[in-house]
Design a protein around this ligand. Structure first.
Ligand code: CAA
Length: 258
């Protein structure tokens, strides 16, 4: 794997692991980091040897937000004409599942990055928040939208309007994260979950992700229709024949497309 200035990229089996690596800046998301992240996500997404992706940071910070030092002198014309935050759409458009393994601060763009992933696993010391209002700006990488869908209007309003930080237990209670694990087991738990996912047929995994995400952009009846057609299409696959035969023959399935 190529070397990156702001990331450590490794593979363990069929899991691609991306570690954000600007510890002195608490992994502040500058354009170089976001660019490198998009590049690696694209590579992993296309690579048939990868079935699931994990994004993590350090023990103190997953990411403390967009890089304020880089943003400070931007004009609105620059921000608009360079589509400054558009790379976040690439992250969300990744077709394979991404687990955000969050320890420490996930603030502003860091929280938005985690929410652009599919599963957030939180260490006991994780802290989430949208503190942009303290800087005279507002969330710009999906914070007002994804946080609201995850935790509901009242809590999203409060967090975005006051900049209050939310600790792991509250984040779990309000359904922002799938579960909380001790800091020292965050890496192992994330990798274990990711390799479990990566062991299933990749097309099924991708269809489930697509179907769940479809529900956020369409009506219930259209979402159910979309799901049903994907479900029907799976009966044309050898993995469906194998999965069901293995169940009936009381053996482990030997899936092909993984
Ligand atoms: N951008 C640039 N640098 C940052 C940063 C950020 N978002 N967050 C932290 N850093 C830097 C600090 O400037 C400091 O650098 P120096 O040593 O050179 O001074 C270093 O990281 C360590 O940070 P602190 O000394 O502040 O560490 P702390 O433990 O005292 O505080 C913190 C930790 C509460 C997370 C604090 O750093 C903080 O409030 N950070 C900013 C959080 C924030 O406002 N994020 C939102 C950014 S805007 C955004 O994200 C827009 C969007 O929607 C896309």
């Amino acid at each position: 794997t190529k070397e990156y200035a702001t990331l450590i990229v490794t593979r363990e089996g069929k899991v691609g692991l991306i570690t954000l690596n600007r510890p002195k800046a608490l992994n502040a998301l500058n354009s170089q980091l976001v660019g490198e992240l998009c590049e690696v996500l694209n590579i992993f997404d296309k690579d048939p040897e990868i079935g699931c992706i994990v994004i993590t940071g350090g023990e103190k910070a997953f990411a403390a937000g967009a890089d304020i030092k880089e943003m400070q002198s931007k004009t609105s014309v620059e921000a608009y004409s360079t589509a400054f935050l558009a790379p976040y759409d690439t992250i969300a458009a990744t077709r394979k599942p991404i687990i955000a393994a969050v320890a420490g601060y996930a603030l502003g763009g860091g929280c938005e990055l985690a929410m652009s992933c599919d599963i957030i696993l939180a260490a006991e010391n994780a802290v989430f928040g949208q503190p942009e209002i303290n800087l005279g700006i507002m969330p710009g990488a999906g914070g007002t939208q994804r946080l609201t869908r995850a935790v509901g209007k009242a809590k999203a309003m409060e967090l975005c309007l006051t900049g209050r930080q939310m600790f792991a237990d509250e984040a779990e209670r309000s359904n922002l994260v799938s579960r909380i694990v001790p800091v020292e087991s965050l890496h192992d738990e994330a990798m274990k979950t990711a390799s479990k996912i990566a062991d299933f047929p990749v097309h099924v995994v991708m269809m489930i992700k697509e179907s769940i995400n479809r529900g956020f952009v369409t009506t219930l009846s259209e979402g159910v229709r979309f799901e049903r057609n994907q479900f029907y299409s799976l009966f044309a696959t050898e993995d469906q024949k194998e999965g069901m035969a293995a169940f009936i023959e009381k053996r482990k399935p030997q899936f092909k497309n993984r």
